[in-house]
Every structure is written in C-alpha cells, then in structure tokens.
Write a protein that binds this ligand. Structure first.
Ligand SMILES: Nc1ncnc2c1ncn2[C@@H]1O[C@H](COP(=O)(O)OP(=O)(O)OP(=O)(O)O)[C@@H](O)[C@H]1O
Length: 383
C-alpha cells in the first residue's frame, strides 16, 4: 500500500492527454483525401462564393470529427471572414439548443438572454452575421441524433433558407453522420431537400495496419519508452479491430498503463490489458448512456432489470412496470424507438391476440448496463 502511494507520482505517461477522446493529434494520417475534399467544398467561400454543403459519413472512430477540426483550425488561421462552428448534436440535440450554441460561439460566450424566443434568437444571429460581414460554417457533428429526435429538418431549414429573410446571410453546413442505418435522403422533407444537395465524403473503417500506425504513433507521443511492449500493442490492435472503433484502442492503452501505475510497475502486463478491456469494451455503451435524458435512462435501466428476471419483455410490460417513473405513452414510444436507433435495444413485432405487440431485447449484457446506473452521475469513462 505504502509503496503504491509513494510511487504514484512516478508517471509512465509522457503526456496523458494524447489518449483523450477529443484530442486533436498533430500527426493525422490516412485521411488526406477526405480533408482535401472538405477543403475543396469550403474554398469558394474564401472568394466570397457559396460553400458546397457536405455530409461526412462513416462508422464511429473513423476520423470524421478530427478531419473537420483540422480543416477548421486551418480556416481560423487563414481568415476571420469565415467562422467555423462545431456543434456536438449528442449534447445540443434540439433546434433551440443548436442556435443558442451558434449564438454563444459567434458572440464569444454571450448567452442569449433567458426567455428569448427562437425567432428572436435567429434574428440576433442573422443581424450579427450581417453586421460582421462573416460567413459561418456550421458543423453538425453526430447529426444522426437530430434524425432520431426529428429535429434535423427544422435545423437545416432554418440554416439553409436564412438568406431568403436576411439577404446577406449565407451559412455553410457540414453534417457528420456516424450511424450507417440513417437514410439521409429519406429523412429530409421536400422543402429542405430542394435546397440541400450536399456532396458526400466517405470515411472507411481503418485497416489493421492503419490502426497499428495510429496507436503506435500515440504510444510514442504519450508514453515513456518500454512502458508498452510491441507484443501487447499488437494485442491491443487486435482487440481494437474486433470492436471496430479506434477509440477503444486509445482508451485501452490509457487504462492498461494506469493499471500498471497503480501497481507501481514500470511496464504494462498482459493482465493490465485484460482488466482494462473489461471496461474499455463498454466505452461506446457508457458514452451512449451518459447522454441519455433521465426519462430515457429510466427506460433503459428498467429494460435491463427486467432482462435479468423475465423471459419476454414487451413495450407494454416495461411501461407499466416503470410506475411513477413512467412518462406518457406517446413519449415512451419515442424513447423506446430512440434506444432502438442507438442500438441499445432491438424492437421486434410479435402478433399477439389483440393486435401487434413489440418485443424489446437488450443488446448488451444487463449486468454491464446496470453497472453504469450506479455511476451515472459523472460517469466519465475517459477519466
Ligand atoms: N488518422 C488518424 N490519425 C490519428 N488519430 C486518429 C486518426 N483517426 C482517428 N483518430 C483518433 O481517434 C479518435 C476518434 O476520432 P474522431 O472523433 O475523429 O472519429 P469520428 O469518426 O468523428 O467518430 P464519431 O463518429 O464517434 O464522432 C480521436 O481521438 C482521433 O484523434
């Protein structure tokens, strides 16, 4: 015990921040083509023209956010006339939240006065853009959440048709979608589709050698030499490929090294990686649970509880067992469908006596879901 405490300040990390999920790496390989395409879409705005609206598609952890952030850094260093704004739609998931964020970012931290209606908020943003003579480029990251919440059309309509009311306002849009099941064309209604004809940039999953390249670069930057052997790094690459998300690899390295530090060892062992994996493999699950609203989380945890004890779980049985935590049935159905979109549960129809009943199956081990319930407040898998 004493030894561990004394050794604690002898860190094995050269720079622990390089393993953070939102870290933007200096060296960013394998995505030159996509960044070129993004730059090509934005370039007309430098000459006072229109931006080519763009959709970036690819499963989680394929470098979409980082590519856009790289482009945004470059724009910010080149001109003050184009103002890039990155919005995380997992956090800002409604039209009002998105436009408040745009206002706050444009005006550098001024909050819209409380009670401001959407129309007033939009007017303040448009006037600011006209007065400053700027062109904002809005990146709606993880816009699939807006599709689930049926907010995407409203947001795009307001952004793309703004110049009809405000002559000098031009807003460029970059959308990032990480859910391969979202059919964007079918999600757009006709009045939006008529003005939104984006180009699509595809981000394919990384190959094993690309994952190895990215992770070993991060190891060199973030760890002292010999902390992680090349054999163990290979094992981590292997697990990352099986999970299909590079972020799991980054998290796994960080946790494995923290395990070694806790045991006051100078290097990572096989056991450190195994232990770390039992947590890192749930990275995505934990991220999803963390951003659920209280009502959504209540439904998910209820499904997990019932999965532990019941064979067949139906939409009706979950709703009635929620007791005083239950919302109205219409809202409840929206929640269940959202959990299905997020691939936390699967919904299937079953023809039962008086009409069609939906069966809910949890996609994860219920114990692993319920474990997140305990640390739901402040449950941050990055720390
Ligand atoms: N080519 C790369 N080189 C170095 N690091 C990378 C590369 N691609 C991704 N990463 C790292 O992987 C992590 C995830 O990348 P990023 O957030 O850009 O993916 P994403 O496709 O936007 O994922 P999501 O859809 O979940 O938002 C980040 O920490 C990023 O730094």
């Amino acid at each position: 015990m004493k030894k561990n405490l004394l050794m604690w300040d002898q860190t094995l990390f050269r720079d622990i921040e390089v393993f953070d999920i939102d870290y933007v790496p200096e060296q960013f390989e394998y995505r030159d083509e996509q960044i070129q395409e993004l730059a090509y879409a934005v370039r007309p705005a430098l000459a006072g023209g229109r931006i080519l609206n763009t959709v970036c598609r690819g499963v989680p952890g394929t470098g979409k956010t980082t590519s856009v952030k790289k482009l945004f850094e470059e724009i910010a260093g080149t001109t003050k006339k184009i103002v890039p704004i990155h919005i995380n739609c997992q956090i800002d998931g409604s039209e009002y939240a998105i436009f408040s964020r745009i206002y706050t970012k444009l005006t550098k931290n001024r909050q819209p006065p409380s009670g401001t209606s959407f129309k007033m908020l939009f007017d303040m943003i448009a006037k600011y853009i006209e007065n400053e003579e700027i062109t904002p480029i809005i990146c709606l990251d993880d816009a699939n959440y807006l599709v689930y919440e049926k907010e995407l059309n409203k947001v795009l309509y307001a952004l793309l048709r703004s110049h009809e009311t405000y002559e000098h306002v031009r807003i460029g849009v970059i959308i990032i979608i990480s859910d391969p099941d979202v059919d964007l064309e079918r999600s757009l209604d006709a009045r939006v589709a008529s003005v939104f004809r984006p180009q699509t940039i595809h981000f394919a999953p990384y190959t094993a050698s690309e994952v190895a390249g990215i992770l070993s670069q991060r190891v060199m930057q973030g760890l002292y030499s010999n902390v992680l052997s090349s054999d163990l790094l290979d094992r981590i690459v292997d697990r990352t490929m099986k999970c299909g998300d590079i972020r799991i690899g980054l998290d796994l390295i960080k946790r494995s090294v923290m395990n070694a530090e806790k045991a006051a060892r100078m290097n990572v062992t096989d056991d450190d990686v195994t232990k770390a994996f039992s947590i890192s493999r749930d990275l995505r699950l934990a991220e999803l649970v963390r951003v659920l609203s209280v009502d959504e989380a209540n439904v998910l945890f209820q499904v997990a509880e019932m999965t532990n004890n019941t064979d067949i779980i139906t939409t009706k049985s979950v709703h009635s067992s929620l007791g005083e935590k239950a919302t109205g049935y219409t809202r409840y159905v929206q929640i269940i469908e959202k959990l299905d979109h997020l691939r936390l549960v699967t919904l299937t129809y079953q023809n039962a006596g008086n009409g069609r009943t939906r069966i809910i199956s949890l996609r994860y081990d219920p114990k692993r879901v319920l474990a997140l319930q305990k640390n739901q407040t402040g449950c941050n898998v990055n720390s």
